[in-house]
Write a protein that binds this ligand. Structure first.
Ligand SMILES: Nc1ncnc2c1ncn2[C@@H]1O[C@H](COP(=O)(O)OP(=O)(O)OP(=O)(O)O)[C@@H](O)[C@H]1O
Length: 519
């Protein structure tokens, strides 16, 4: 809403500061705090778009946020201003014209920008865009932005410190080096509402003895969730025993689970306890439970119902007190329908189901995960690499079919292979198959051939087998796709790609792409 002079005169800036302080102390995850503050300040000052854009290590730890009708444009403006932000920066206001796009005419307005400053370092920038009819900028507005930029800086810095302090008690377990950098192999990282909900469910379920079924795609953190359940519960001092049910043929699986008596089969030269016995009083984690045979399902069902079993080749019933956690990425309901999975076992396991979301469903967690893995692999490799915001945008925009495991591997490769201090988009080793023409999940293959035929064809895969070749193919494909999505409008395409129009122009030249032909 445009603000009148009277609005300005009556504006109570102290109330604004109080409101921002309240949002900060609301214990939301950082992305929620940034989003609420941005929206609050934007609405208070009559802006119609805004963004918080972070740089350097803070971009790796916290996702930037944007708000309002002109959020893409604000993010873009923030990206452009980011490089110029230093510890000495003060808030600024300047006029600008947003170039015409396919959806709207060119728009004049004011850009208000405040640095986000921490102790001795510039962390990012908060940008607001006010279209001309509402743009009345007063010194007091800039003072307010200044105060909020400082507040945000302190808030982000304390959040980082708090995370590091949280990791410190781990030193007692002999993980000094890893704890010092906030790395703990059992730590679940994620600020998104979806992950927060999962963590809350894990916390609740940890207190009971009920069987938990962890579901989710491969690499989403099911095993990590199982370990968290064990650690948070009252069995944490007892054994956590894991068995991957898909890794063994049926007869071996049976003796692994239940153990065997001496002479039970050829080669059974001595008695061996199974995982159920080893896990007595503790937790047994049965991974890939959806892949066991029907015969094994019957045996497992019996032990889940009666809590007793016999070793293979034995007849004495053995009683155990084991908490079962199972995990699968199989669609168990479909398997039950098709008769591949017993319904009674399904209900036995499905007491407390917890679904781990895919990384695609919680992209806001990607920057914090990247930051977390970057610190870990930096430490392990004796490096101090940082990731540029353009590289981070590329990582965030990828679909991660292998979820967190794939992301973890990608960051490790990035650190090991890095040739410079700051990781640039071309240093991000996204999988070669992404470079395959038309293979992108969001691409619209049927709409493509005409447009694609007018631009040079991507290099054949064989030529792209080298890392730089593969990255170039991905980059080219992404540029073409972004242009197609916004009818060839370069500023919009640049915004989708998270780069400046100048950077886009450079890439168009590099790959010989003519945006006019991509309509
Ligand atoms: N939220 C998270 N925070 C930090 N690391 C994570 C997170 N989720 C997964 N990881 C890491 O990703 C890797 C894969 O996780 P995990 O093995 O728990 O996945 P999974 O769902 O059990 O995979 P699969 O179904 O293939 O067995 C591990 O190295 C794990 O530490």
């Amino acid at each position: 809403m445009p603000r009148s002079d009277a609005d300005h005169a009556q504006h109570n800036y102290i109330n604004d500061i109080e409101q921002v302080a309240r949002i900060i102390s609301s214990a939301r995850p950082p992305s929620g705090v940034l989003q609420r503050i941005l929206q609050f300040v934007g609405e208070t000052l009559g802006a119609q778009g805004g963004a918080v854009v972070l740089g350097g290590e803070f971009a790796a730890r916290f996702a930037g946020v944007s708000w309002g009708t002109f959020q893409d444009e604000s993010r873009q403006l923030g990206q452009e201003l980011l490089d110029g932000v230093t510890v000495d920066s003060t808030p600024t206001a300047h006029q600008t014209t947003l170039p015409k796009t396919a959806q709207r005419p060119a728009i004049d307005g004011a850009v208000l920008a405040a640095p986000i400053l921490g102790l001795q370092q510039a962390m990012g920038v908060m940008v607001l865009f006010e279209p001309a009819e509402s743009a009345v900028t007063l010194d007091a507005d800039l003072t307010l932005l200044h105060a909020i930029g400082l507040y945000l800086g302190l808030y982000l810095q304390t959040t980082v410190l708090r995370e590091q302090v949280k990791a410190l008690p781990q030193t007692a377990n002999g993980r000094q080096n890893r704890a010092a950098i906030g790395y703990d192999p059992d730590r679940m990282v994620g600020d998104s509402p979806a992950m927060q909900a999962v963590m809350q469910q894990l916390q609740q379920a940890a207190g009971s003895r009920s069987t938990v079924l962890l579901r989710g795609e491969s690499g989403t953190g099911k095993e990590l969730g199982a370990r968290a359940l064990h650690k948070l519960g009252d069995r944490s001092e007892q054994a956590f025993v894991k068995l991957n049910c898909a890794a063994l043929p049926e007869n071996l699986l049976e003796s692994e689970l239940f153990g065997h008596e001496r002479g039970a089969f050829t080669g059974a030269v001595r008695m061996r306890r199974g995982r159920f016995e080893v896990a007595d009083k503790g937790t047994l984690f049965l991974d890939e439970i959806g892949d066991i045979s029907l015969a094994m399902q019957v045996k497992l069902l019996r032990v889940l119902q009666e809590r007793t079993f016999e070793r293979v080749g034995g007849s004495r019933p053995i009683e155990v007190d084991v908490r079962i956690i199972a995990a699968t990425n199989v669609d168990l309901e479909e398997a039950v329908r098709q008769g591949r999975f017993r319904e009674d076992l399904y209900y036995r396991l499905h007491v407390v189901p917890i679904v781990l979301p895919s990384l695609r469903e919680r992209r806001e967690d990607i920057p914090i995960l990247v930051g977390y893995f970057l610190r870990r692999f930096n430490e392990e490799n004796g490096k101090d690499l940082k990731i540029s915001s353009a590289a981070m945008d590329l990582v965030v925009s990828y679909d991660w079919p292998g979820n967190v495991r794939e992301l973890e591997n990608c960051v490790e490769r990035m650190v090991v292979m890095a040739r410079r201090e700051i990781i640039a988009p071309e240093d991000v080793p996204l999988p070669v198959n992404l470079a395959r023409p038309y293979a992108m999940p969001n691409a619209v293959p049927h709409a493509l051939p005409n447009a694609m035929s007018k631009v040079p064809a991507p290099a054949p895969l064989a030529a792209a087998a080298s890392l730089p070749g593969a990255v170039a193919d991905i980059e080219r494909q992404r540029v073409v796709e972004a242009l197609q999505r916004c009818g060839g409008v370069q500023t919009r395409a640049a915004s989708i790609l998270g780069i400046t129009p100048r950077q886009l122009g450079y890439r168009l030249k590099k790959y010989g792409i003519d945006p006019k032909q991509i309509l």
